[in-house]
Design a protein around this ligand. Structure first.
Ligand SMILES: Nc1ncnc2c1ncn2[C@@H]1O[C@H](COP(=O)(O)OP(=O)(O)OP(=O)(O)O)[C@@H](O)[C@H]1O
Ligand SMILES: C[C@@](O)(CCO)CC(=O)[O-]
Ligand SMILES: [Mg+2]
Length: 382
């Protein structure tokens, strides 16, 4: 039996980091996906092949465990664990899983994959139990760059795992979405996966990857947004590696040191996100140009506040300065510390201006691309 799933990456238009502390944020899915193929051996073959194998095709890496080894190491608690009731991975279980990951001798330069592989083992065994399979993963997203690679990985994996348990596997042409009940379930599991990778995720990344489109998100509450204006963004990958978990905990530490000051910063971000959501959805007769001017200013203020949270980086400053020379406004997206930067491309801006800005950005070794904003969320294919 074979099941495929895909889940998109995302951009955060406003509110990253502050959303972890209860502020509103606005995010949109982009048309870059992580794909998961799940293959279960036929009964007879399963008797000869009792392995769970994970292939990360883009990285030419393969990890494999015998099912008996998984059973021996991962504690299975039948009282708390069931595929239909997402549960957190306890510290003790995570330690056991880390032993299984260490046994795989991940190349030193790819050691950042460890948390992803631990997450894979936790989600797979929690949802599908100790059963042999081959899981193949490919992605169009840059790893650890602010475009939600971790969330797309968790959502695509949980979609495939949950789809494999659906009884009606009638072949349908192309990708199809999951029903609301399964979407809610896979999103909860993906959030548990994100906890292993991020430490303290807000849940916005897995939610926008699961549901797609554009969302306003605050303390787990989701409002789906209907954009009433064209929104074009240039995405610049500074290629400076960083890790969301470390950046999120850095902001939390700053908040412990300066609670009042940071509360004001988070309140300001909350207002920015709400205003941005209102502009995007507005049906007033305000011209697109006026809306874009407001969005530009909100992005500028948000970037200043992200700077004050300590999550910007000199490479991000270089992108901001370079685009500003061409009268374009930028802000970091995702966790910051390097990674990707968004630049608003107003409708009036000419292709020549964008080309010049891109040329200059690429001369610094950055990579520029555009992506379609607000597309589909998680989808499956039998
Ligand atoms: N396709 C994948 N296969 C395996 N692990 C992955 C994959 N994609 C992401 N990961 C895991 O997620 C980690 C990157 O997650 P991280 O949250 O730091 O960055 P991001 O999700 O790309 O950016 P942001 O959280 O700012 O949007 C990787 O180090 C890896 O452990
Ligand atoms: C930095 C952060 O706000 C967004 C990462 O894409 C973390 C989170 O919300 O989980
Ligand atoms: Mg992430």
């Amino acid at each position: 039996m074979e099941v495929k799933a895909r889940a998109p990456g995302k951009i955060i238009l406003a509110g990253e980091h502050a959303v972890v502390h209860g502020s509103t944020a606005v995010a949109a899915a982009i048309d870059l996906y992580t794909y998961v193929t799940l293959r279960f051996p036929l009964q007879a073959a399963a008797e000869n092949n009792d392995r769970l194998t994970l292939q990360l095709k883009d990285l030419s890496l393969e990890f494999s465990w015998s099912v008996s080894r998984l059973k021996e190491v991962i504690p299975f608690d039948s009282n708390t664990s069931s595929p239909s009731t997402p549960a957190s991975c306890s510290g003790e279980t995570l330690k056991s899983i880390a032993v299984l990951v260490e046994e795989q001798n991940i190349p030193e330069e790819k050691i950042w994959l460890s948390s992803g592989i631990s997450t894979f083992l936790w989600l797979y065994t929690s949802i599908r139990g100790f059963n042999p399979a081959t899981v193949i993963i490919t992605t169009e997203l840059p790893y650890g760059s602010g475009l939600g690679s971790s969330a797309a990985f968790c959502v695509a994996l949980t979609s495939a795992l949950i789809a494999s348990s659906i009884s009606d596997k009638t072949h349908r042409e192309g990708w199809c979405s999951l029903d609301e009940t399964n979407l809610e379930l896979l999103n909860k599991w993906a959030f548990e996966g994100e906890k292993i990778i991020h430490g303290k995720p807000s849940g916005i990344d897995n939610t926008v990857s699961a549901y797609g489109n554009m969302i306003k998100f605050c303390s787990g509450e989701i409002t789906r947004l209907q954009s009433n204006m064209p929104l074009r963004m240039l995405i610049t990958n500074t290629k400076v590696g960083r890790n969301t978990k470390a950046l999120v905990s850095g902001v939390s530490e700053r908040t412990v040191r300066h609670p009042d000051a940071m509360k004001s910063v988070f309140n300001a971000v909350d207002s920015i996100s709400k205003e941005l959501a209102a502009i995007i959805q507005s049906k007033d007769q305000i011209s697109v140009t006026e809306k874009e001017e407001s969005i530009k200013e909100l992005m500028e203020i948000n970037q200043g506040l992200l700077q004050s949270m300590g999550v910007s980086h000199s490479s991000i400053d270089t992108v901001i300065r370079t685009t500003l020379k061409h009268k374009l406004t930028s802000k970091l997206t995702g966790a910051g510390g390097g990674g990707c930067v968004l630049t608003l491309l107003p409708t009036v801006v000419s292709g020549t201006v964008v080309d010049k800005a891109v040329e200059e950005l690429e001369s610094y070794g950055f990579q520029c691309f555009t992506a379609s904003i607000g597309g589909n969320g998680a989808e499956i294919c039998f």
